[in-house]
Design a protein around this ligand. Structure first.
Ligand SMILES: Nc1ncnc2c1ncn2[C@@H]1O[C@H](COP(=O)(O)OP(=O)(O)OP(=O)(O)O)[C@@H](O)[C@H]1O
Ligand SMILES: O=C(O)[C@@H](O)C(=O)CO
Length: 427
């Protein structure tokens, strides 16, 4: 390579939500890649540094209409191809969040068609966070997905755990027939780097050894340009690219420059994990529950909330709409499921905007949909990905001039001290 020749990224990834994107980015970084996250379908004029190994495009396509999800995903793919990426990844939730009208199957089919490929894998497992797949069934720690708190997810309640059954109705009939389980015995009896038959593979995976073996079979396999799954495989795919000598071992330091602004924690996630994290945070940080009825009826004024924040004379505050499943269901019944979500997302975004204008330059968000709304509303187009607060939640710095620092937490991630650890890491 000559001095003037721009290095091309290896991997182009498309994530169906923003926390999922930063989750994947953190694992690619852990595996040795230099990663940039782009928010929303990339526009032509985005400038990339010339030593980027992987680009993760964050979409908000998990729960949108199928046609929109397909057009955003394929437009992102075309842009990633223009940047020179050779390998592609479609990142969805480690708990396979989708409905029977869900987007995982249709988006996968559309991306494969554009890549003129007929085979891929579905690997949502993320063992470090308790997401494992055994005999095609997805577990969240010791519970089947459908017995876990995910059965009460406000937008995508997961009532089945069998990945083949979940995928079948999302695929065209001929592709549904090509779904096959690669269980642990079948995975491990294959020699590494061996050719794999063409299929839509649902791959069992219960620990990091399994992720390593899956990456050995598929990451650099020329027959499989597109893989799909959770973030866990990202670290091991990255390691395979490094092993294959596909990267220039350039400077992979990811400098995040601290700022002297305050920190705002915004929680729209109603997961059990987030609600516990709020309870722990409130013992040390001023915390305000936002009134969902007032938000849904347009009566909550973000300026009043900013006034409350300023009155706290604290370096950090927590604001939340998070509530137990019964309250969420009641709000959905009263105002409509999509409507109440949208109102809450808009309101939290308005608060984040106002806060940023008032020198609150560190924003931690809990919830994938919530994060997507806020990051889009703040017009943050690209981030450098830095150190993780917990597995799957990195600190990221916006390329915008004010150097806003954000951390986007998937609803179920992090231990009960997550928000307090985030404050220690960021401030
Ligand atoms: N009190 C509430 N009543 C009804 N809906 C709510 C309430 N609070 C938040 N919501 C909505 O619930 C949705 C939560 O989804 P979000 O993706 O942000 O969190 P999550 O599902 O826990 O996280 P993830 O998608 O990362 O697993 C959002 O659309 C949010 O606006
Ligand atoms: O894979 C996960 O669990 C997360 O990155 C996510 O997508 C939750 O929104």
């Amino acid at each position: 390579m000559t001095v003037n020749e721009k290095k091309k990224p290896i991997l182009g990834a498309i994530a169906d939500d923003f926390t999922g994107a930063s989750d994947l980015a953190s694992f690619l970084l852990k595996g040795g890649l230099k990663v940039v996250q782009i928010n929303g379908v990339p526009s032509q004029d985005i400038e990339l540094a010339d030593d980027v190994d992987a680009i993760v495009v964050a979409l908000k396509s998990r729960t949108c209409a199928i046609n929109q999800a397909i057009s955003d995903s394929t437009a992102s793919l075309a842009w990633l191809q223009q940047q020179g990426c050779q390998k592609f990844y479609f990142k969805y939730c480690s708990t396979f969040d989708s409905t029977s009208e869900g987007n995982i199957g249709p988006v996968t089919q559309a991306l494969l068609a554009k890549l003129e490929s007929e085979q891929t894998i579905f690997c949502p497992a993320l063992p470090v966070n308790g997401r494992t797949v055994y005999q095609g069934h997805l577990f969240v720690f010791e519970q089947l997905l459908s017995d876990s708190p995910l059965r009460n997810h406000p937008l995508t309640p997961m009532l089945d755990s069998n990945l083949i059954r979940l995928l079948q109705p999302q695929l065209a009939e001929e592709n549904a027939q090509r779904l096959q389980l690669m269980n642990l015995a079948s995975l491990h009896k294959r020699p590494a780097y061996q050719k794999v038959e063409s299929a839509y593979w649902v791959v069992d995976c219960v620990n990091d050894n399994d992720l390593e073996k899956i990456a050995q079979l598929f990451a650099t396999n020329p027959d499989y340009p597109l893989l799909t799954g959770g973030s866990g495989l990202g670290e091991y795919m990255a390691r395979e690219y490094v092993k294959a000598g596909w990267l220039q071992q350039s400077n992979t330091s990811h400098k995040i420059t601290k700022n002297d602004g305050k920190t705002l924690i915004l929680a729209g996630s109603c997961s059990q994990a987030t609600r516990k994290q709020i309870d722990v945070a409130r013992t040390q940080v001023p915390t305000l529950a936002l009134d969902v009825d007032a938000i849904a009826t347009g009566q909550l004024d973000p300026a009043t909330v900013l006034g409350w924040i300023n009155m706290q004379h604290s370096e950090a505050v927590v604001l939340y709409t998070s509530a137990e499943p019964e309250k969420v269901l009641a709000a959905q019944a009263q105002f409509g499921k999509e409507q109440v979500s949208e109102k809450i997302e808009q309101c939290l975004t308005q608060i984040a905007k106002l806060a940023r204008e008032n020198n609150i330059l560190n924003i931690v968000v809990a919830g994938g949909e919530t994060s997507g709304a806020i990051v889009s509303g703040l017009n943050l187009t690209a981030f450098t990905v830095g150190q993780s607060i917990c597995p799957g939640v990195p600190v990221m710095q916006s390329h915008h001039a004010d150097g806003l620092i954000v951390a986007l937490k998937s609803g179920n991630f992090g231990d009960e001290n997550f928000f307090l650890t985030a404050l220690e890491t960021i401030q």
